[in-house]
Write a protein that binds this ligand. Structure first.
Ligand SMILES: *Cc1c(COP(=O)(O)O)cnc(C)c1O
Length: 462
């Protein structure tokens, strides 16, 4: 394929994009294919000679969309959203066209400088202290890993980087049982070990008990272990639990420990001042991660980490071999020193486009609607006999069950085979529950009202 053909097929792709999005309501949300069905449609070996763009295109249209679960479907209420607003898709096309590496300032000054300005815009949008700096990662998982590696090295006085962990004291990290599995992954990968992730008990509101946190840290110290940091959760993935950020940070401060807050999903809602009480005290956190690629409309991948002081993280992750030096500009920010990978995509562009194309007010209206419509759907479901709301709406997320686990699982299966809406499950305090989250960028009130309508209809068949 040459550049003339690229021009032709890009225009076809642009038309396809618009038609695909406009037609999404007519497709089942979850892919309806059996395992292995897509793979058998592809030849077993790569072609020796070029295929024409037209046949590649035809095969794409024939094979791929039917094997896609449509995350941009307005009735996608599963997991969390992974929204791609039109302005974000446009920015990604342009970023792809330039395909620049944003690892150093000089490898694309615009990428680094727009990233810095976007971090500044986002601190204002979320009501964070204006001196907060930050960086864009691919995912919350990597941002949290970066924070945990930094906690480890701060606790070891940077000895782990050179000497490794053998012979090091037993490090301890503290989090609530509600936190995301990316925290477990981070402590495993950081060499701290799963057994040293202390799951501090929560209260009836599913928030970490500050007193229990203090007790756990002191008991570990008394036993000769080395507490390294606390990870708090602002909007858990299962049911949207929030730790009491201010109280827990006060404990961590008193114990001299750094705090990382995982607000991957709920962070986006903090552009609305009325929700900020949910993470009151956040300005004291050392590190915060939130994913504009979930609720904000900036498509995957875009995870923003705010840092009170980037020094410890850069000291942990940064390496400056001679081939990465920027002669005469040592003071300039080279974002690869803040992140795990060296190579970095130009992700700030889509943030810039989205924040401008919708404005904070446009984005707030969407999030407020989602929260209101989720509450409405929750009340409509509560009225159905035989259905119990298990967790009340936390922002736009709640969960429910039927009388038995078998019935709940059978209902979920029916809902997703039906295809008009898509819901997923979690286990809450041992119970199998169906999660409902409202957050797709294009969803309307009518789309959300389909949730109780479909559930009521399919419950009759159980
Ligand atoms: C989605 C989610 C994550 C993981 O996000 P990735 O960007 O996919 O790594 C972490 N924590 C919470 C609370 C989440 O909702």
């Amino acid at each position: 394929m040459d550049h003339e053909e690229l021009k032709h097929w890009s225009k076809r792709a642009a038309d396809w994009t618009a038609e695909y999005h406009q037609g999404l309501r007519d497709r089942p949300v979850r892919a309806k294919v059996e395992p292995g069905a897509i793979a058998t449609e592809l030849p077993q070996s790569p072609p020796e000679y070029p295929d024409s763009p037209a046949t590649i295109w035809e095969d794409f249209c024939r094979i791929v969309p039917k094997g896609i679960t449509h995350w941009q479907h307005p009735r996608f209420f599963a997991y969390f959203p992974a929204n791609a607003a039109p302005a974000s898709m446009l920015a990604e096309q342009l970023a792809n066209a330039m395909s620049a590496q944003a690892m150093l300032w000089q490898t694309s000054p615009a990428a680094t400088e727009i990233e810095q300005v976007m971090i500044g815009w986002l601190t204002q949008a979320l009501g964070l202290p204006s001196e907060r700096v930050g960086v864009i990662h691919d995912s919350a998982t990597t941002a949290t890993l970066s924070a945990v590696l930094t906690m480890r090295e701060q606790a070891l006085d940077w000895a782990g980087l050179s000497r490794g962990l053998s012979g090091a004291p037993q490090l301890r990290i503290y989090a609530s049982p509600e936190t995301h599995s990316s925290i477990d992954k981070a402590v495993r990968l950081a060499g701290i070990g799963q057994d040293n992730l202390v799951k501090v008990p929560t209260d009836a509101g599913l928030s970490m008990k500050p007193g229990a946190l203090a007790g756990a840290i002191r008991a570990d110290r008394a036993a000769g272990m080395l507490p390294a940091g606390v990870i708090l959760c602002a909007g858990s993935t299962g049911v949207g639990a929030f730790d009491r950020i201010a109280d827990c940070i006060a404990v961590a401060r008193a114990e001299g420990l750094p705090v990382h807050v995982d607000a991957a999903w709920a962070g986006s809602a903090m552009i609305c001042p009325e929700f900020r009480n949910l993470w009151a005290g956040i300005e004291e956190a050392d590190s915060i991660v939130f994913n504009p690629h979930k609720w904000l409309g900036v498509q995957f991948d875009c995870a923003v980490q705010f840092l009170r002081d980037p020094g410890p993280q850069v000291r942990t992750l940064g390496l400056r071999p001679s081939y990465l030096e920027t002669a005469g500009r040592e003071e300039i920010i080279n974002f690869n020193e803040w992140t795990v990978p060296l190579g970095r995509r130009f992700r700030a562009l889509k943030l810039w486009f989205v924040l401008r194309a919708y404005g904070l007010e446009g984005l707030r209206t969407r999030i407020r609607n989602h929260v209101d419509w989720a509450r409405e759907a929750c009340e409509a479901l509560r009225a159905l006999p035989g259905l119990t709301i298990v967790t009340e709406p936390s922002l736009s997320l709640f969960s429910f069950r039927l009388e038995t686990e078998e019935a709940t699982a059978a209902l979920l299966q029916r809902i997703n085979d039906d295809g008009r809406i898509y819901l997923t499950q979690t286990r809450h305090q041992g119970e199998f529950v169906i999660r409902v989250q409202v957050g797709q960028f294009d969803c309307t009130r009518a789309d959300v009202q389909m949730i109780p309508a479909v559930v009521a209809e399919l419950m009759r068949e159980i």
